[in-house]
Structure formats: C-alpha cells, structure tokens
Design a protein around this ligand. Structure first.
Ligand SMILES: N[C@H](CCC[C@H](N)C(=O)O)C(=O)O
Length: 285
C-alpha cells in the first residue's frame, strides 16, 4: 500500500505521496485511474515528493489526471512546503522541480509563500510554435478563437496563455478552454486563463488547466496573469487574483514572482492494488 495525503489549495486538489524514504513507481494508467472523480480518489494533480540533491530539501514531481508529468504546480507547492516546514523548525524550505527551484516559507498569518522564480516570455521558453510568430502576444487565425483577442503567453515553470476579457463570468470555459489548450501554436499544450481586471491590484480569473480541465484555483495561472499583466502595463506589482476557490496574493519582486495563499490537509488514505482506502477519521479525544 502507498500512503497519501489528500490536500488542497483553494479547492485545487491533490493526492500527495511522500516517496522520500521509499521509491514509488506509479504508471500513467494508475494515475489516470486514481484521478477519476467517479471511480478513483479524484484530483487535479498527483504529487510525488522525492529525495533531492543538496541544497534542496525535496523534489516535487507533478502529474496531471491525464497521466502527463508537468513542470510546476503553485497550489501544490504550498502544500508540500507546509509539510516540510512542519517537519522541522526551519524558516524556509527549498523545493526542486522540473519547472525550477522554489523557496517556501510560512507567513505570520499561517499562509504559505512560494518564490516561483522568474517568468519567461521568449517564444521557445513557453514554448510557442514558430507559426505563432515571435511575440509573447499571440493572435489566433480561427475566427472563433480570434474573438477572444490576443493571448499573453508566459512560462512560469509551465506554459500559460492569458486572455483579458470584459467579463470572465460569460466565458464558455469548458467549450473554448480545450480549443486553446490543444491549439497547434502550443507544442506542449498550455494552461488557459481568462481574466477580468477590476483595478491594477485586483483581477478575477477562470482557468482551464492543461491536462486537468476547469479547476477552482491555479497558482501558476495566478503567477502568469500578474506577470503578463504587469509586463503589459495593466497590473501593478502586487495583485490579488480572485479565483472561484478564493484569492491568491501575487507580488512581483526584483523580477521574481512570489505567491501567498492557504493550504489544507483534507484526509489521509492509501493506494491499494485495486484502488484506494481512506484512513479512519482520527477519534476525537
Ligand atoms: N494547479 C496547478 C497548475 C497545474 C498545471 C498543470 N495543469 C500543467 O499542465 O501545467 C497550480 O496550482 O499551479
């Protein structure tokens, strides 16, 4: 059996397996089965915590429910940082990931802050297909897609395309999201955000995640939104990104993105040969 923690950050939910003391080899098929919200545990991402080379305290690997491994997950990074910070009395932790290293620390109010690194706007870093042109702002030839205007694209450990729209509430996310996610301009696909600006320090967003679909919150999307909004002169350096699951505080400091938000441990369980079991609720003392 493989023990796990079911956790979430603003409703963006995860199965977190701590594989630092025993190797866990899990197939894409098993991840897809576990990610199924009808017959499996159901999650937005599956997170493996593995050993790391100094100076990192741990490595975080991220898998979408479609079984694909990806480079970054902001909301899960807060969950992992909280677990590591609770383990030992140290002021901050360093988490290695395919999308780059992340420092994490606990704020005075208990929320977790993650330094997500520097956003990358160059086409090959996102990545963008050459057909998309050499700008980080991409226009789509298809009339239905063109009606959403230009996408502001950035890599924050994973690829994001951000559309600024008058009212996120009327965007048919489940219809238009996959059309942009899987567009040929995004050779590695992309996470898609629609944003309505309420001021230089406050936006409202809806996110269609690559390999996961519509989620209640997306930490890397919040980072992407502020990165492109600030570069476009629309947003300031400190922005509240309000997602369906709640707000994330994003700050651009010396070119680096810092995200602050909550985390939650929901329940614990174990992956078994034919599925999973939930641990009994802790008996109240
Ligand atoms: N939920 C995650 C993003 C997962 C990104 C994943 N969907 C991808 O394919 O990059 C977050 O809080 O940043």
């Amino acid at each position: 059996m493989i023990a796990f923690r079911k956790m979430n950050g603003l409703g963006n939910d995860f199965v977190v397996v701590d594989a630092r003391h025993h190797a866990v080899d899990i197939s894409a098929d098993t991840i897809r089965a576990l990610g199924d919200r009808e017959n499996g545990v159901g999650f937005d991402q599956f997170i493996l915590i593995e050993p790391a080379a100094e100076p990192a305290d741990a490595t975080m690997r991220i898998f979408n429910p479609d079984g694909g491994e990806v480079g970054a997950c902001g909301n899960a990074a807060r969950c992992v940082a909280a677990l590591l910070l609770d383990e030992r009395a140290m002021p901050e932790v360093l988490i290695a990931s395919a999308g780059g290293p992340m420092r994490g620390w606990r704020e005075a109010d208990g929320r977790i802050a993650i330094d997500m690194g520097e956003p990358r706007f160059a086409g090959p870093a996102i990545p963008l297909a050459s057909e998309a042109g050499d700008s980080w702002c991409v226009r789509f030839p298809e009339p239905e897609l063109a009606s959403y205007g230009a996408a502001a694209c950035v890599n924050v450990g994973n690829p994001h395309a951000v559309f600024f729209v008058p009212d996120v509430g009327v965007v048919p996310l489940t219809d238009i999201g996959p059309k942009f996610e899987n567009h040929r301009f995004f050779p590695e696909r992309a996470n898609i955000s629609f944003v309505t600006v309420h001021g230089p320090d406050r936006v409202e967003a809806r996110v269609w995640e690559r390999g996961a679909g519509a989620t209640l919150a997306c930490g890397t999307a919040a980072c992407a939104i502020v990165s492109v909004g600030h570069r476009a002169g629309i947003l300031g350096e400190r922005v509240e990104v309000v997602l369906p699951g709640g707000p994330l505080a994003i700050a651009l400091t010396a070119g680096r993105i810092v995200m602050v938000g909550p985390y939650m441990l929901d329940w614990t369980g174990a992956i078994t040969r034919d599925g999973f079991v939930r641990d009994p609720l802790p008996t109240s003392v």
